[in-house]
Design a protein around this ligand. Structure first.
Ligand SMILES: Nc1nc2c(ncn2[C@@H]2O[C@H](COP(=O)(O)OP(=O)(O)OP(=O)(O)O)[C@@H](O)[C@H]2O)c(=O)[nH]1
Length: 389
């Protein structure tokens, strides 16, 4: 079935749907489900696996002959060239939609940039294709565990030997236009509501559908005309909070006041009848004074299980020429130089998203990490704690 409003602006290029999500989330299950009942579309599939053997290709091959295997690397980095040349080789007249299953460790933004021809490499995929939909399949069981300070299961598994899975998990949620909360059969209703509320805070824009065995009709993910790169880049909850967008934040230029979403969440009183969604909070922390590196590092080490996501820039003493990007997703915390800034730009701007955050407490903790008036600013120590990777 074609896109209900026809191709956007008469665009007759072949639509691409990218399926992202962590290892084991249900991406292959989704693709097989769609291939079993694609309507009147012919669908080709590109499957990426980081290992030498692409198991998913074998799992999908039973459903269609049109499976292209890209393995032994990730299409968002090592296999970008292979992806471009594969797409250009394919005869796009043979199919109506192309599904790309990203590996469980693929970062969605570089992959989207490749598909949108934004890296100016040849062959340019946009000659034949348009990126149509980015679906993020969320393993609700894994998500629940990943952000649980007690278990923190995902954090123990190195995704590619370097990046913790929580990073990838959060990125795929933040950069998409459709979310499938999958494995709904395997979590309690309460956990599911909690995951849904947290996912919504991380990603306020994308449509969200609860699924079991990734069961959605094909036309929900194929040729939808949903994708817009700029919208997707601006949609993460932390970006909107920092920009003072429509998230209920009061930002009156008061850089010494941590703020949060009182309107949406009804303040701090957590009585028994309060829903999980009410307990998810976003706090903005802004200061024009540098952090003491050792104290900030100790605070980062002592990850508060209630904080699911912290993102933003920090001014860290000793690193005065560099805006330091802080990126925390569950127990994974990275912080390193993002680029130079001029002296009058220096400030810390952080967004903290989590459940039952004690706003005053976390603000006071962060304030204690700042360099005091009477303290001499620490010089950049050679063996200092930053960058943290
Ligand atoms: N209980 C339950 N299991 C599911 C569901 N969806 C998928 N699974 C199972 O979860 C496992 C992983 O599913 P896949 O579809 O292979 O996951 P994937 O995202 O393709 O995994 P990778 O390719 O390793 O990244 C399989 O055993 C599926 O049968 C679901 O909704 N509920």
């Amino acid at each position: 079935m074609p896109h209900p409003e026809g191709n956007p602006m008469g665009d007759d290029r072949t639509p691409i749907t990218v399926v992202t999500g962590c290892l084991g989330a249900g991406k292959t299950t989704l693709i097989n489900h769609v291939l079993r009942d694609p309507g009147d579309r012919r669908v080709a599939v590109v499957v990426n696996d980081v290992g030498e053997m692409n198991v998913d290709t074998e799992l999908i091959q039973g459903e269609t002959d049109d499976v292209i295997d890209l393995s032994n690397g990730c299409i968002c980095c090592q296999l970008q060239d292979d992806l471009r040349s594969t797409l250009s080789r394919l005869d796009d007249r043979e199919f109506d939609s192309l599904l790309i299953e990203a590996s469980g460790v693929s970062e969605p933004i570089p992959l989207a940039r490749t598909l949108l021809g934004m890296d100016d490499e040849t062959p340019d995929p946009t000659e034949k294709y348009r990126l149509d939909t980015v679906v993020s399949v969320v393993d609700t069981v894994g998500f629940d565990n990943a952000f649980d300070a007690e278990t923190g299961q995902l954090s123990d598994q190195a995704a590619d030997g370097q990046r913790p899975l929580t990073d990838v998990l959060v990125e795929t949620v933040e950069f998409c236009d459709l979310l499938l909360l999958n494995k709904c059969d395997a979590v309690s209703d309460e956990s599911l509501d909690e995951v849904a509320a947290l996912v919504r805070e991380l990603q306020p824009n994308a449509d969200m559908i609860r699924t079991t065995y990734s069961e959605v009709p094909a036309d929900v993910i194929l040729d939808t005309g949903r994708f817009d790169f700029d919208d997707a880049r601006q949609s993460p909850g932390w970006k909107r909070a920092l920009a003072g967008g429509d998230d209920g934040h009061d930002r009156e230029g008061d850089h010494t006041h941590a703020d949060h979403d009182h309107d949406d969440h009804g303040g701090h009183a957590h009585d028994a009848g309060e829903s999980v969604a009410d307990r998810i909070e976003t706090v903005v922390y802004e200061r024009e004074r540098p952090f003491h590196p050792e104290r900030l590092n100790a605070w980062l080490d002592d990850w508060d299980g209630n904080l699911a996501r912290t993102k933003g820039i920090c001014w860290i003493a000793g690193w005065d020429d560099n805006a330091m990007g802080l990126n925390q997703a569950g127990p994974s915390v990275r912080c390193g130089p993002l680029g130079e800034w001029s002296p009058d730009e220096r400030e810390t701007r952080l967004v903290l998203i989590g459940t039952d955050i004690d706003e005053a407490g976390v603000t006071a903790e962060l304030d204690r990490c700042l360099v005091e008036d009477e303290e001499r600013e620490p010089a950049l120590a050679e063996n200092g704690p930053f960058p943290r990777r």
